[in-house]
Design a protein around this ligand. Sequence first.
Ligand SMILES: O=C(O)CCC(=O)C(=O)O
Length: 268
Amino acid sequence: MGTGTLASAEREAFERDGVACLRGLLSEDWIESLREAVAKVMATPTEYSRDLAREGGKAGSFYQEINVSLRSDPIAQFVKQSPIAAAAAAVMGSRSIRFFSDQLLVKEPATNAETPWHQDFPYFPCDGDQIGSVWLGLDPVTRENGAMSFVKGSHRTGTLFAPQNFGSKAGYESDPFDGPPPDVDADPEAYPTICYEMEPGDVTIHHARTLHGAKGNESSDVRRRGFTIRLAGDDIVWRNRRYMPRGFEPLEDGAPLSGPRYPLLFSR
Ligand SMILES: O=C(O)CCC(=O)C(=O)O
């Protein structure tokens, strides 16, 4: 699907559910170039690389690294030139899209480290509504190997749950939020979820206030190489927060995103 044919159904799904799935957005060439680049990144870990399975005392490996596009030219090229930013603008209803951050999240087979239920927004030093994440898999992604689930409509409840360390699950020192995230799995009636199984080339885009999480990778032989790009629309401004994740360049409190660290990827 090209962004020119982006159906209003996907924008409606994003508004209603807090997540939309765009099938076949990316060509095989983009996926192959990302696979090669991710292999190089993982072979040369940095101080920003973590294994969330090891940190959480779990089996397997859950490699996580923030802002890999800042150290890998092919990944930067993907962020800047692929149809991702134009698609995000259409789905989020924004005239412009800026890069905010990215994250590589690779769950190897037989890894029982879950991605805890969380909203992205409390981890982001920003304010506004037009902010979301485009997530893609470099492998077929199923419930078995760790497809994400999203609590439908949770981006519009007005509730924001406190950030926590994904490995140890300890709460971070943060601004006052509405307590820790709920146990979504324990109450499916209160928290109806949606899960998209995906092929390489498909992407999801979720609102930064949407509650989401993923199981571990229970497959014995299929990896789950996930890559997510955080994209900011017209109304997003910098906000100083007590919990400040690594990898951001602070701006003045309340300032619109600007400068080379937050480049404009799309405008219309
Ligand atoms: O890949 C995962 O398991 C989690 C990704 C995520 O939470 C996100 O992209 O916001």
